[in-house]
Design a protein around this ligand. Structure first.
Ligand SMILES: [Zn+2]
Length: 319
């Protein structure tokens, strides 16, 4: 029996708590596997946030880490569509699919600290596998499978190189999504060899060039099968081997190179958002007729305003 999955795109008016000032690009609930299996799940994509991210930061990182002009052109043409399609498939088909074997505990119980990165990686692999499928073009969801190729380029570029700029020198990769991007990218690069993804060094700088997208799709599928088995059977040892073997340790020379290459660029490693202040417009009778959206504050002013107005820890330093 197929149970419902819904996917909606909404625009965010304001965010708080864990979602502010740095925000997720979508929300998928509930987390509980048995509720998802019996009753389904709901996925919400934050449209204006996704849009803002795609317009922020410029093309500096893309230019620095792309292997050639063709890769840059593909990203410029299809990058936005590819990012959206990846997120939608990750949330809707990815997180919502797959079953645990009878009698196996929840991933939190069986895979423990690896549960989150295994689940995020599994959802990414579902998305990656389907993004080269012509069915998506037939259904009118993508213009061509080049959208998928642009996503493959971006995934490898990020997982092998670009995302390392977010780490401090000497640090391990800790965050679940960053880990899964690393273990997926490193696993397919190793298994595929230079026939699938070629490592190129020019003037001391490393680039990756995907030579066979269809074979890479096959590798994503193979890894998905492995990861689904790990989750379904609660195989802690296999999860540990995959994550620790491919997704945690960073080659120090490569890391330094990525830090050097990205330090020349103006775009920051993380994005943060300023919330607008919402002001009610009332008519003579006091009925709200409209809401004005104001962006009067800088990021710093807003943070100080929040701490002053909503900071509940009263100390001697506060007025
Ligand atoms: Zn996810």
């Amino acid at each position: 029996k197929v149970v419902g999955v819904s996917y909606k795109v909404v625009n965010v008016a304001s965010e708080a708590g864990d979602a502010s000032p740095s925000t997720p690009i979508g929300v998928n609930l509930p987390n509980s596997n048995w509720i998802r299996a019996q009753y389904g799940s709901k996925s919400v994509s934050l449209g204006n946030i996704v849009y803002a991210y795609s317009k922020a930061g410029g093309s500096g990182m893309l230019r620095e880490f792309s292997n050639d002009e063709e890769e840059i052109a593909m990203a410029e043409k299809y990058g936005d569509a590819a990012g959206k399609m990846h997120t939608a498939l990750h949330e809707v088909v990815g997180h919502a699919s797959g079953k645990l074997e009878e009698g196996v505990g929840t991933p939190k119980e069986t895979l423990k600290s690896y549960a989150s990165t295994i689940e995020e990686g599994r959802a990414d692999l579902v998305a990656l596998y389907f993004m080269l499928d012509n069915k998506l073009v037939e259904y009118g969801l993508m213009e061509s499978t080049d959208v998928g190729r642009a996503e493959y380029d971006s995934y490898i570029r990020n997982g092998m190189l670009a995302q390392l700029r977010r780490l401090e020198k000497g640090a391990d990769i800790e965050e679940a999504h960053m880990r899964n991007r690393a273990w997926i990218a490193h696993w397919v690069v190793e298994k595929g060899g230079s026939e699938v993804i070629e490592k190129i060094e020019r003037e001391g700088n490393i680039f990756y060039n995907i030579k066979n997208y269809e074979k890479l799709q096959g590798l994503f599928g193979e890894l998905l099968q492995k990861v689904q088995t790990i989750k379904s059977q609660g195989d802690y040892a296999a999860a540990e081997a995959l994550v620790e073997g491919y997704g945690v340790k960073v080659n120090q020379d490569v890391h330094q190179q990525v830090l050097d290459r990205s330090s020349k660029l103006k775009s920051p490693a993380y994005g943060g958002f300023v919330n607008p202040t919402l002001e009610a417009v009332e008519d003579k009778e006091g009925n709200i007729t409209d809401v004005k959206v104001n962006y009067g504050m800088t990021f710093e002013e807003q943070m100080l305003f929040y701490s002053d107005k909503y900071g509940h820890l009263r100390t001697g330093l506060r007025k």
